[in-house]
Design a protein around this ligand. Sequence first.
Ligand code: AMP
Ligand code: MG
Length: 415
Amino acid sequence: MSKRADLISVAEAIQRISQKFQRMPGETVPLEVAPGRVAAAGLASPEDIPAFTTSAMDGYAVRAADLQSATADKPCKLRITADIPAGFWPAAVLGEGEAMRISTGAPLPEGADAVVPIEDIIGTPDDAGRPLPESIAVPGPAEPGAYLRPAGQDARKGDQVIAAGTLLGASEIGMLARLGLAEVDVCMKPRVAIFSTGDELVRPGQPLSPGKIRDSNGPSLSAAVNSAGGSAHYYGIVPDDREMIRQLLDTIVSDGADLILSTAGVSVGAFDYVRAVIEDSGALDFWRINMRPGKPLAFGAYREVPYFGLPGNPVSALVTFEVIVRQAIARMLGQTGDVHLKLRARLEEAVLGDGRESYLRGILREQNNMYYVRLTGGQDSGMLSSLIQADVLVVVPAGTRRLEQGDEVSVIMWI
Ligand code: AMP
Ligand code: MG
């Protein structure tokens, strides 16, 4: 088969990943530690939320029928029979010609079908804390249901409020608390082992000797794994020694890794050792993805633990992580839907492509409800500084040689 025939599209790589990775088992965690985790199961509301109809305003609970003929010239006078603060159940039923003072969130008394806000009542501006008036004058009609939050407005008993695979953020945590849950079932975080290869590398914090550079991929990928919802474990730098590589991989496997990532030398040098060791006790494929940045990406398994070998350039490592590996983690977390927030934006400059699907670093600007994007400048894959400047990755479709200023492109939020 020709080399060309092995070239797969980004979409196909993602498709293959979704077949290879399974969802992790679930575990139960307290709500306080649930933000950032992914719901393992769908959650149905065990009751109507709110459980009873409440007032949406500070005002007076009324019967709409009593106010049908009320006007500013001929206001309708209602007798006040009770005060209902939030947190108390109304003791009495509202009768004809009557009103009850009611606070926001307080239960609507039986017999009432609307609330008239305080602001709409003649001569009672802001009467919170004042003694209960004997009567009020209402200068107009009320629609039945006005200023009410009906029982079940937020969720009806049995409604699914959180789908399996939902990333839990502040609003989901609020809903879980609202349902009375102190714990939630989430997918276990995949344990992701990371190591770096390359004779030039020195662990951050260690002194540099001539010709050496610091391993920035270990820490940057650890951060990327953690923010994607995985649990990163950085194993440092592996020297070009078959036995040491094997020992490290065995340690990683016996520590219970669910995924192994390494960076650099995907085709030559140190990687040859990694490759030989993995092929001894597993299998290795090279995926030539039609993607820029992104050299051949190694994909395989060591003793049945899935493995990705990413490019060494700091930008390529992070971008291939985001576009490709992130999909595997999302799959392990049972996340459904697109893991990326995408927008359409207009190019502020012409952009050259090389025919591969390209992910270029861009700066987004909003003007009159339109997004505009320009490149960060230098796109060398060694320039982490340009990834720091970037708000988005500009996607240049495969097969494109040139896009003009003003052309619309898809951009992925880079946060
Ligand atoms: P390679 O993929 O081995 O050809 O490496 C490409 C470039 O990435 C070279 O300039 C390496 O020095 C650099 N590089 C490789 N690994 C790392 C790492 N862990 N941290 C920072 N730079 C790296
Ligand atoms: Mg290298």
